[in-house]
Write a protein that binds this ligand. Sequence first.
Ligand SMILES: *Cc1c(COP(=O)(O)O)cnc(C)c1O
Length: 502
Amino acid sequence: MERKQILYKSTRSSTTVTSSQAILTGLGKDGGLFVPEEFPQFDFSFSEMAGFTYQELAFRVMRLLLTDFTDDELKYCIEGAYDSKFDTEKIAPLVNKDGAWYLELFHGTTIAFKDMALSILPYLMTTAAKKNHEERKIVILTATSGDTGKAAMAGFEDVPGTEIIVFYPKDGVSAIQEKQMVTQRGDNTHVIAIRGNFDDAQSAVKKIFNDPEMNRILSENGYCFSSANSINVGRLVPQIVYYVYAYAELLRNGGIREGEQINITVPTGNFGNILAAYYAKLMGLPVRRLICASNENKVLYDFFSSGDYDRNRKFILTTSPSMDILISSNLERLIYRICGDDSDACRDLMEQLSRGGEYRITSEMREKLSDFRGGFATEEENFEGIRKLYKRTGYVIDTHTGIANAVWRAYAEETGDETPVVIASTASPYKFARSVIGAIAPEELAGKDDFELMDLLGRLSGVREPGAVTDIRTAPVRHTAVADPAEMPSAVLRALGIGGEA
Ligand SMILES: *Cc1c(COP(=O)(O)O)cnc(C)c1O
């Protein structure tokens, strides 16, 4: 099967690279993100689509975008990633509850949707390193709002030729999330808690990436940086697959007819997951609306309703911590597209954002956002929605999926839109057991520790405890470092054993 070569261009300059180079470097040297120069169209029919397994579909979608990987290389990556690490052969089951289709993206090693991409990224990255004759050891530097860090470490644990360093906000993740991270195994994993929030950690990581001095020191010691954050093309492309898979499942189970449009609702933080759904649409998936659901940190909702992106506001800690984000990095890719692939205009807006925390798009750009709809839910609306769904169906969703659930139900009521909807279900309720029990059985909370709450959740939901939870019940703590954001560069060098006394 012939493939058209797709190159990747930075959103901030005219630099172009191959897909494997984009995966290897993560971020452009100019600070921009890599985007495909054009969007290839799916080269399979709906009836073929309906016949594919998850792995076959992943292969057919990914080969269109990662065009300098050979078919054999892609098959090796896909087979290594989507195997029995997932607790279901379907990899991403689609379940219908109370009028919506929940796409369960949490059946991997760390029970959050990040596993979908991070289980394949190490394969893509080490393959990309070989293809580009990169001899240096790859250092994955990651800021996490809770789920990425653990999923990335699980993916890269003891992968030869790699080290992984994860920074998380000390008071900004759930108890289970923190326990998952500090118990991480592997000789190449490093975890550091930051006195600050996610945006502080993410900004510092970006600065380290672009710091010539840090890059020089690393290179002299035989290392180079890469990123496992959702800005990496190697994260984005595997995420396109499960939206196509959801469509295939709907065809298989009669939920839709061939070619019928669907809506997709995504609980959004860094804008990576919903961007993948948008890219699926650009490649030919029949999608009507992309509904971007925010929690009380509703920067994106305000952006979609006013055209004004303004991060100058109070950072709110919510019960959906993986969405507590004021700078949604992947939005830059959408901005680039709606300003007509104009890297100068895009860079200018991003510079305004980093200088003053704000930018406004033109009315011409706003018109190109008609595929999107922003919405947000408060803590009360989220809990109320989780409780109602549980009362009606017995189905328990987590607090991130809960935001999407509440936003979609309010949207459907307001607009009367009856298009079939796929809701991205991004975490197992076990991962946020305390909040979830607070929604469905608040009278049971008092006096119970997190593990007792998970026992209770098992009884109430009838869903067996995932292996990931059982594991951390007894795993020893291996990581205890804490640092200020300003100390992150020296923490990186220390983790790599470079540099001695500072
Ligand atoms: C990361 C995450 C999100 C947000 O996804 P983005 O791609 O950053 O928008 C939502 N829910 C959960 C559970 C997550 O881990």
